[in-house]
Ligand binder design. Structure first.
Ligand SMILES: Cc1cc2nc3c(=O)[nH]c(=O)nc-3n(C[C@H](O)[C@H](O)[C@H](O)COP(=O)(O)O)c2cc1C
Length: 310
């Protein structure tokens, strides 16, 4: 039986519903030593900013039960170096590219998106409105994220939507009471998809030194520990908006990915688990195909949102 694994986001068709989570795959070079990265539905690159960033002071990674805390702080090469030195590799490999962008104002997001479109730097844009690691937690424990304000989400999405034609994905934060509110705002602002979830705010302290384990004090929790939270948010959002949802949060296996698709995600992204098994996305694509074959499903789209609630 021929199995269709293709899915679409806006007017972009992807060969399968599996991508990688921004910030866990760099720009693809290292991973291409392990597998053919063009096999992915898309490569989602590390958040890009207008200027290069060194990120936060280490230590900025802490292992936790069933996950990790990170406070990288958006270390990246900046948009110019990306376009000059990273993009040609991804294009040569014939990857579908989702470029994740981060700005400190509406104007910065618009500039980044326009540059990407003008230079052919992406096949879709993911706006990171939800990074928890770019504020000085010592002085400002209450860190407002754009994604925590439905009003801002709509304003930022609308501004970028009006400036570029590329498919637009808005990445939201789980650090909020009701994630469907910013999701609806992103949809109203013209987003083609919602990507959820970014990391959950967390903290770890070394009792011997009484110091936080992260220099940044707080960080973002990811990995299997957050999977049920992410799944529930995917279920909530996919029943609320009409646009597709890209689900992520602790996905390690094909079975995990299937949970997200069945809950309502059109695509899934693999993040932290890549550090354990760089080949996980390939195993997951293969596992999805096998599941479809074993269950007589000829089109993966038939699985999306097929959860049976009795
Ligand atoms: C080390 C690390 C760096 C990350 N950097 C980014 C980033 O630059 N931009 C972004 O939108 N999300 C970033 N994230 C969040 C992931 O893309 C993803 O949303 C989150 O980790 C949940 O997926 P996971 O549990 O599979 O890792 C980062 C996560 C990790 C672990």
């Amino acid at each position: 039986m021929d199995i269709n694994l293709q899915v679409s986001i806006g007017n972009l068709t992807l060969k399968n519903p599996v991508t990688v989570a921004s910030g866990t795959f760099g720009y693809g070079e290292e991973y291409s030593e392990y597998f053919d990265i063009s096999e992915l539905g898309a490569v989602t690159v590390k958040s890009l900013t207008l200027q290069p960033r060194l990120g936060n002071v280490p230590p900025r990674i802490v292992e936790t039960p069933a996950g990790m805390l990170n406070a990288i702080g958006l270390q990246n090469v900046g948009i110019e170096t990306y376009l000059k030195s990273k993009l040609p590799f991804l294009r040569e490999k014939k990857c579908t590219i989702i470029a994740n962008i981060y700005g400190t104002s509406v104007d910065e997001y618009v500039k980044l998106a326009e540059l990407l479109e003008k230079e052919g730097g992406a096949d879709a844009i993911e706006m990171n409105l939800s990074c928890p690691n770019v504020h000085d937690a010592k002085n400002k424990f209450k860190c407002p994220l754009i994604a925590q304000s439905p009003e801002w989400v709509e304003k930022y999405t609308l501004a970028v939507r009006s400036s570029v034609k590329l498919p637009l994905i808005v990445k939201l934060s789980p650090n909020i009471t009701d994630i469907t509110e910013p999701a609806l705002s992103a949809e109203r602002g013209g987003a083609d998809a919602i990507s959820i979830i970014n990391t959950l705010l967390g903290m770890a302290i070394n009792p011997e030194t009484r110091k936080p384990k992260l220099k940044n004090v707080v960080g973002g929790l990811s990995g299997p520990a957050i999977r049920p939270v992410a799944l529930k948010m995917v279920w909530d959002v996919s029943r609320t908006v009409k646009i597709p949802v890209i689900g992520m949060g602790g996905i390690c296996t094909a079975s995990d990915a299937l949970e997200f698709l069945i809950a309502g995600a059109r695509m899934v992204a693999i993040g932290s688990y890549l550090f354990r098994d760089p080949l996980a996305p390939i195993r997951i694509i293969q596992g999805l195909r096998e599941y479809c074959l074993n269950n007589g499903i000829d089109d993966i789209n038939k699985l999306i949102g097929s959860v049976i609630i009795e």
